[in-house]
Design a protein around this ligand. Sequence first.
Ligand code: MFK
Length: 170
Amino acid sequence: MEPAIQDHYPDDAAACYGCGRLNDQGLQLKTRWVSDGSGETATETESATETVFTPRPEHTAMPGFVYGGLVASVIDCSGTGSASLAATRDRGIDLVGETGSDAVRFVTGTLEVRYQRPTPMGPPLVVRGRIAEVKGRKVTVELTMTANGETVATGRVIALEAPDTMRAAG
Ligand SMILES: CCCCCCCCCC(=O)SCCNC(=O)CCNC(=O)[C@H](O)C(C)(C)COP(=O)(O)OP(=O)(O)OC[C@H]1O[C@@H](n2cnc3c(N)ncnc32)[C@H](O)[C@@H]1OP(=O)(O)O
């Protein structure tokens, strides 16, 4: 399995509620390049990423359906994680091992979410990310969330490399 980019964020950038591995109360989202199962990574051809999250009862909007803010959070951190994967690869940095602090960290500049149909509570939510553009410190990612194979939401994240001011504030 490809490494999760969030396992390679530096410790001082790993407290995010959505994807920080050091946040025990958070969602602990993990984003990876998609492999085709043969040991080959599909990144060079389609630049696809994947994030999978199974919502819990406390993420309910109304019985049987997932809260839209949770859907947005999963798309958000799938986007920043995908941006980080793209920029890290673009700069020729290899993620070594299961964990490390070698990833380039991104934050959300813009988050757009379109709720296509009610999101059922129960099945895993699978987010596929496509790198639309890498432009210097700015990466644009287009995302699709499915549940039971049906698209429930689509989104776009414009992510910017984390400014030093956010690091210092931590
Ligand atoms: C190191 C520790 C970091 C830990 C991070 C954990 C993050 C977890 C994920 C989050 O929840 S992040 C929280 C929500 N996001 C924020 O609070 C970010 C607040 N905004 C900022 O800090 C700055 O506005 C930002 C870093 C996003 C951009 O400031 P910059 O000074 O880097 O941008 P600049 O003005 O140099 O513009 C660079 C490019 O980005 C574009 N841009 C800037 N702000 C943008 C924006 N908000 N949305 C879309 N594009 C934006 C800008 O148009 C330009 O495009 P072009 O190169 O094509 O001309």
